[in-house]
Design a protein around this ligand. Structure first.
Ligand code: PLP
Length: 375
């Protein structure tokens, strides 16, 4: 065999898929594993894409994104407090490519990326491809928030970036003003980037403080954003990043070399999405969150309060099983699938998603209750 890029040897297969596949192979198994909206993309957005195709908007778009969409994104971001120009916007294939472009664009081999943990596994994957090291910042002992002491303990001269995902996958927790102040203090006047993964920001059920709106951090912050979650557009694969001009100068070349550009007609539809309210979908998730957390509390289970996204991270330590054993047994014996906390770097927890109908959530909660009663 001819050796491949050695950084790829360290990549791991997503365990989320492993557990989803095991559940699919188990007859009658219910699933609370999926991290994508079960709702449909708004009609207006679908119509806009169809019209754009009819109008032959089917040619290469500019590498950075169409001027109309970049202007709409810059207006949208500026309106919510992240003052950017259209030149500081790059349209990407979902937040995945935004994160890939951002992290590959800033990490050199040997650099360190600090990730509050539990956290989304893609960050480590990208850092690994870049030959960089992921440094977990364990937040489980500090109420799932970031403290100055914990941050100081992991920052080194090799720290190149801190990843902030709020509301967080897998916990749904929103980082408090104090947590973000600690991050700001740690990076100000240091050559350290903040990468904000804001994909769940508009699915917040309470006020969500946001470093991307802090003018003091403008020169060292990259925002990664997506149309996937707020508008139920996961399959469309469209998102964007915003960053300072000197960063865009290089990231644009990286993105152009990777994808050339995002499909033109999708960009037209994304303009319509930006003016389509997200509050009705958020309200549906909020009601589901209330139902699921109410049931979990009644079962005597504990979890950090989810204030956004569509996940609950449930503590299972009292059962004395590691999260993978717990989830495998729950699939086989309880006919219910969840994602082990180990997939997010934190054992002793499982992630439940509430991107499911009321009936499916009721079945899921009933089965969880029955399963834990057997332990
Ligand atoms: C925290 C987080 N960031 C980024 C993504 C990627 O989203 P997209 O569909 O925009 O690529 C996801 C998807 O689940 C996510 O949970």
């Amino acid at each position: 065999m001819i050796p491949l890029n050695q950084n790829l040897n360290a990549l791991k297969r997503s365990q989320i898929r492993v557990y989803t596949n095991l559940a699919r192979a188990t007859t009658g198994c219910a699933m609370l594993t999926i991290g994508e909206p079960d709702l449909d993309t708004p009609e207006a957005v679908k119509l806009a894409a169809m019209e754009a195709i009819q109008n032959n908007q089917t040619h290469y778009a500019p590498n950075q994104g169409t001027p109309d969409l970049r202007k709409a994104i810059a207006d949208h971001e500026t309106h919510r407090g992240n003052a950017v120009t259209p030149e500081q916007v790059l349209v990407t294939i979902g937040a995945c490519q935004a994160l890939f472009t951002a992290l590959l664009g800033i990490l050199n081999p040997g650099d360190e990326l600090i990730v509050p943990t539990p956290g989304f596994g893609l960050y480590e994957t990208i850092a690994t491809i870049a030959g960089a090291k992921t440094v977990p910042l364990d937040v489980t002992k500090t109420g799932f928030q970031i403290t100055q002491e914990a941050l100081d303990a992991v920052i080194t001269p090799k720290t190149k970036a801190i990843l902030i995902n709020s509301p967080c996958n897998p916990t749904g927790v929103i980082f408090s003003k104090e947590s973000l102040a600690a991050v700001k203090r740690a990076v100000l006047s240091r050559p350290i980037f903040i990468v904000c993964d804001n994909v769940y920001h508009s699915l917040s059920y309470s006020d969500c403080p946001d470093l991307s709106c802090d003018p003091d951090l403008k020169e060292q912050l990259i925002l990664c954003q997506s149309f996937s979650k707020p508008w139920a557009m996961t399959g469309w694969r469209i998102g964007y990043l915003t960053c300072p001009d000197y960063v865009m100068d290089r990231l644009l070349l990286l993105s152009a070399a990777t994808i050339t550009a995002v499909p033109t007609f999708l960009q037209q539809a994304a303009i319509t999405a930006l003016s389509t309210p997200t509050a009705p979908m958020r309200e549906i998730y909020r009601q589901r969150r209330d139902y699921v957390t109410g049931r979990l509390t009644a079962m005597g289970l504990s979890f950090p309060e989810p204030e956004g996204a569509f996940y609950v991270f449930v503590n299972i330590e009292k059962y004395g099983l590691d999260s993978e054993t717990f989830c495998s047994r729950m699939i086989r014996e309880g006919l219910l699938a969840a994602v082990p906390g180990s997939c997010f770097g934190t054992d002793g927890y499982i992630r439940l998603s509430y991107c499911y109908s009321d009936e499916e959530l009721k079945v899921g909660m009933d089965r969880l209750e029955a399963f834990i009663a057997t332990l």
